[in-house]
Design a binder for this molecule. Structure first.
Ligand SMILES: NC(=O)c1ccc[n+]([C@@H]2O[C@H](COP(=O)([O-])OP(=O)(O)OC[C@H]3O[C@@H](n4cnc5c(N)ncnc54)[C@H](O)[C@@H]3O)[C@@H](O)[C@H]2O)c1
Length: 247
């Protein structure tokens, strides 16, 4: 049995992770910590630590865990290239621990991005629409930006030019945001959780990819896959696509 500790245990994701571990059958819950709890409580009570805390806290948590030989799965957002480099440095001096950092644990969401990348070279037009609950503070979502970037890269690799668009007059930005030339639209609607559509078009045909995430439970298969795999993945793994064989 792998023993798992949860950091951010009182948070929305932390609570869901605790439920998923308790229901897993092959994982044991060793410790649950939230802000103010001493990290020392992890030592001897965890093989793997899962972190859903705050971008300002996660690197200190990771540093402590790696220094104590505890494998670390980070779902907390905000891992830019500088933070990832810091993780590599930490792992260089503490090679006993492994780390997985995943900006998106939703398997459907990851597949949608992969399928969008596969389809991108075959269509002249493409737009991304992300639809979320109205309490979300940032727009467009990180997933939508990432999807648009990957579509733009796939188009560029295939030698496609800009998407056709004759708009010259759009004072209120009705055409949405533009991410590397790809239009991205954000909808905020009561009752929704996290959804995304990618609309592809050619003369005479359209292809729409839709992913709907209804609750935080949608992240749990990805989180548990990372928890089960991290002990076998030396060093730093970014994203869980390689664990799942996506792409
Ligand atoms: N990777 C993914 O698929 C994914 C999915 C959803 C959310 N997230 C990210 O996960 C993070 C948490 O999201 P949430 O919705 O659960 O937030 P939340 O605010 O509901 O929960 C965060 C919890 O962390 C606690 N916390 C803060 N600092 C801490 C520290 N130093 N030590 C221990 N606990 C601490 C808070 O008290 C809180 O209980 C965010 O960064 C969010 O963007 C990632």
């Amino acid at each position: 049995m792998t023993t798992v500790a949860v950091l951010g245990a009182k948070g929305r994701m932390g609570q869901e992770v605790i439920r998923a571990i308790q229901a897993s059958g092959d994982l044991t819950l060793g410790a649950t910590l939230d802000v103010g709890d001493p990290l020392e409580a992890l030592v001897g009570h965890a093989d793997v630590v899962v972190d859903f805390t705050h971008p300002d806290a996660v690197l200190d948590n990771l540093s402590f865990c790696v220094a104590h030989g505890l494998h670390f799965v980070a779902g907390t957002s905000g891992f830019d290239s500088a933070k990832l480099e810091r993780v590599r440095t930490l792992l260089g001096s503490s090679p006993k621990a492994n780390v997985i950092v995943a900006p998106n644990f939703s398997i459907g969401g990851l597949l949608m991005m992969h399928f969008a990348e596969v389809a991108a070279p075959f269509f002249e037009s493409v737009e991304v629409i992300e639809l979320h609950h109205p309490m979300k503070v940032d727009a467009p979502s990180g997933t939508a930006v990432n999807t648009a970037e990957r579509i733009a890269a796939a188009r560029a690799n295939a030698g496609l030019g800009p998407v056709p668009d004759a708009t010259t007059d759009d004072p209120d930005h009705a055409r949405g945001a533009t991410v590397e030339g790809i239009h991205v639209h954000a909808v905020r609607q009561r009752g929704l959780f996290a959804n995304q559509q990618v609309l592809f078009g050619n003369e005479g045909e359209a292809l729409t990819l839709t992913h709907n995430s209804f609750t935080r439970a949608s992240y749990m298969p990805g989180v548990l896959a990372a928890v089960r795999a991290v002990g076998e993945r030396p060093g730093l793994t970014v994203g869980i696509e390689s664990l799942l064989g996506i792409g």
